[in-house]
Design a binder for this molecule. Structure first.
Ligand code: NA7
Length: 542
């Protein structure tokens, strides 16, 4: 049977926030587009990550679309940090409000995307038998969408209830009366552990590397505060876009004007620096990492913040041996993504929670009934894995993507991702990556970065339409310069010392390259705007 090939201006892979906004803007431009999405609903990361305690680590009023002033005024967030079901409801609301669903094919995975050298367009195929030709292909595949299973022998042998944080069932899961074990103490584990501990008979946490976590200080939003904040929403949104920060803004009713001048550790006495950290700890959230301006640049400033958090852990956790195990010492604070928690360290004071360090004695195997460490099996009714993702490149490399002359993206990226601005890849004409490696992406408020990329791409497509240009391609020299600039910026920071998924360090055989661009969303936006102003410098059109 021959498959009918459908033709579109643009094919989009993924219907998370990036894919949805891209579709909306393309429609406004009058272009035809089709979206393929593996899940049976919109929402991307918020569709898949339904584990107990899952919530955003960026504040609700900042982690939301800014493109529609009506949407931002009308949507009501309930808490300072929105829980996963509420963000998913928001994504669904956006999809309905802007009538996006009719162009999205759900439960459909794109298996291949091949550039056609003769017709200068892309041919995509899916696991549901679609065959699509599009002038442009936009990858909105997310940075954390390919779960990483640990290479522990016997994972399949476990006979009890088995869950993965990032593939959580849609039906409610009960831990009542159960002996539960969890492997993984990154953001997902740190959010899930306190919630599971409340319900389980006993929870055993298997920790390889402790992570730094700061209290979220989550709370219900006060309606009067929200009403006042929303009066200044436009100005707040502008603030998110500037400076060398991550695009999270501040919580003042009256937004500050322009970027904040950072206070450096060398300008502060120990008492002043401690007070600044204390204030940041008390007000809660990941902003702790920006409390002292050079915490991520300067070893001494970082050590000061590390010691501060170590003291907090020791003050909170009663058993000092457990506190010792929970204190990270092998990486500068913030160089692995800082976790934002509710009662994480407090949870270790519960009688029904035990911590097993598997740093020096790795998990030997998973048996039918539990987890074996040091020859001893901890028997479990339920095992939860929160073992992370093949971040940033995983979702792209899982698709058979071929550029000019059949060049495989996985071959081009064999030594790590190479991209111009994190937007385009040389030898892969008319292919765009939203929040791709080489852009601020995971170091930023993702919604700010998604909107910026989509808007840049829409401007570019409008330019091409006006000038009747068919093909855009990143120049290899511009790509080389950008890749080395991304590396140079990373090397000015402490990030490369973190050994985290930012570097691909959590995936066996993955090249160790610091993937996101660390200069901040404002500086990055300036670079992209300058490229546009200089008639798309670094790109070739034909
Ligand atoms: P992370 O941050 O990558 O955490 C994964 C955790 O799983 C981490 O603690 C790992 O320890 C642990 N892990 C992985 N393999 C093993 C084995 N074999 N044995 C023991 N422990 C293991 O993923 P998350 O999902 O928590 O968070 C990812 C991002 O999502 C987060 O930063 C937010 O941006 C949202 P390791 O550190 O490798 O020693």
């Amino acid at each position: 049977m021959s498959i009918k090939t459908e033709v579109f201006d643009v094919a989009i892979v993924g219907a998370g926030f990036a894919g949805m906004y891209m579709l909306h803007r393309l429609r406004q431009m009058g272009l035809t587009a089709i979206v393929f999405e593996a899940g049976d609903d919109v929402g991307g990361t918020w569709y898949w990550n339904r584990y107990p305690g899952a919530r955003c680590d960026a504040e609700s009023l900042a982690y939301s679309f800014s493109f529609s002033p009506e949407l931002e005024q009308e949507w009501e967030w309930s808490e300072r940090y929105a829980p996963q079901p509420e963000i998913l409801a928001y994504a669904r609301h956006v999809s309905e409000r802007f009538d996006l669903r009719r162009d999205i094919h759900f439960e459909t995975r794109v298996t291949s995307a091949h550039y056609q050298d003769d017709s200068l367009n892309w041919h995509l195929e899916t696991d549901k038998g679609h065959s699509v030709v599009a002038n442009f292909c936009v990858m909105a595949t997310g940075c954390l969408s390919v779960p990483q299973l640990p290479d522990i022998p016997g994972v399949q042998d476990f006979k009890g209830n088995f869950y993965q944080a990032s593939m959580w069932p849609h039906d409610p899961v009960s831990f009542k009366g159960q002996r539960v074990g969890i492997i993984g103490t990154g953001s997902s584990g740190i959010q899930a552990i306190p919630v599971i501990a409340e319900e389980a008979d006993h929870l055993t946490v298997f920790q390889r590397t402790p992570n730094f976590s700061v209290p979220a200080k989550n709370e219900p939003l006060d309606q009067n505060w929200v009403d006042e904040f929303k009066k200044h929403y436009r100005a707040h949104r502008e603030n998110h876009k500037v400076g060398n920060g991550s695009g999270f803004g501040d919580l003042n009713i009256e937004p500050r004007e322009g970027p904040i001048e950072p206070v450096l550790r060398s300008q502060l006495t120990d008492e002043e620096a401690t007070q600044i950290l204390e204030d940041a700890w008390e007000s809660g959230g990941a902003r702790f990492m920006g409390a002292i301006g050079d915490q991520l640049m300067n070893e001494e400033a970082n050590r000061f913040a590390m010691e501060f958090v170590h003291r907090k852990i020791h003050e909170t956790v009663k058993d000092q041996e457990t506190a010792n195990l929970l204190c990270p010492t092998n990486h500068p604070i913030g160089t692995r993504r800082i976790c934002v928690d509710t009662d994480y360290y407090e949870t270790y004071n519960r009688k029904n929670v035990s911590l097993v360090s598997v740093k020096d004695n790795p998990i030997e195997k998973i048996t039918e009934h539990g987890v074996m460490v040091n020859g001893e099996v901890t028997e479990l009714d339920t095992l939860v894995l929160a073992t992370g993702f093949d971040a940033m490149t995983g979702a792209l490399l899982n698709i058979d993507i071929r550029g000019k002359e059949g060049l495989l993206l996985s071959d081009k990226w064999h030594a790590g991702p190479r991209s111009y601005l994190g937007i385009a890849v040389s030898d892969f004409p008319n292919l765009f990556t939203i929040t791709g490696p080489g852009s601020p992406s995971v170091l930023s408020n993702m919604l700010v970065s998604i909107e910026q990329h989509v808007e840049w791409m829409i401007d570019c497509l409008t330019h091409m339409k006006k000038k009747d240009l068919k093909v855009i391609e990143a120049q290899p020299q511009a790509e080389d310069r950008w890749v080395s600039h991304v590396n140079d910026v990373a090397n000015m920071t402490l990030f490369p010392k973190g050994g985290s998924w930012y570097l691909g360090a959590n995936v066996k055989g993955k090249p160790r390259i610091f993937m996101p661009y660390a200069a901040g969303v404002g500086a990055y936006r300036e670079v992209c705007d300058e490229v546009t102003a200089k008639d798309y410098e670094g790109f070739t059109f034909h």
